[in-house]
Design a protein around this ligand. Sequence first.
Ligand SMILES: [Zn+2]
Length: 206
Amino acid sequence: MEFSSKLIEKAVNEIAQLPGIGKRSALRLVLHLLKQPKEQTTFLSQALTQMRENIQYCTNCHNISDSLVCEICSNTNRDHQVVCVVEDIRDVMAIENTGQYRGIYHVLGGKISPIDGVGPSQLKITTLLEKVKQNQVSEIIFALSATMEGDTTNFYIYKQIAHSNVQISTIARGIAVGDELEYADEVTLGRSILQRVPFEKSFKNN
Ligand SMILES: [Zn+2]
């Protein structure tokens, strides 16, 4: 792509680094911004800079947060003994949108995936095991996507806590295999949390 302006070229190249955006789309966005009032670009760049500089990770559940302890973890009306294990903030958002869950979360930050070079030590698993060890948890609910990586991760954690008194369950698979949680509709997802099944049953049936 030939640019007649270095400024445009630089902006396009930056935006085109984002996933799913090619240079053509990036150019369209840049030209759109140029047609808008200048402030819009200022607000956009400020929002991005502030987000990047001020974002924190909850020290309890590792979810992306505006403060050291996220709003969910600091809510005393929630059941802190029930912990739903998810991959990232999108899963938390999807489950929160169902309005059916009153426990807290544990955000792993990914799934075990040897092909991508992601092992257990790169995920936030130790702090979860620690909570179980300290009897802070009565139930663990696995809510990772039904992929091989999700299953591997569930099983890895399960093996570490199977001997404990913690009830271990998994969301009912109303969601088709391979579907990501964020795409499941709210009603289906809400129901699958309410109708969760003991984890052991879920893999013995497979
Ligand atoms: Zn939290």
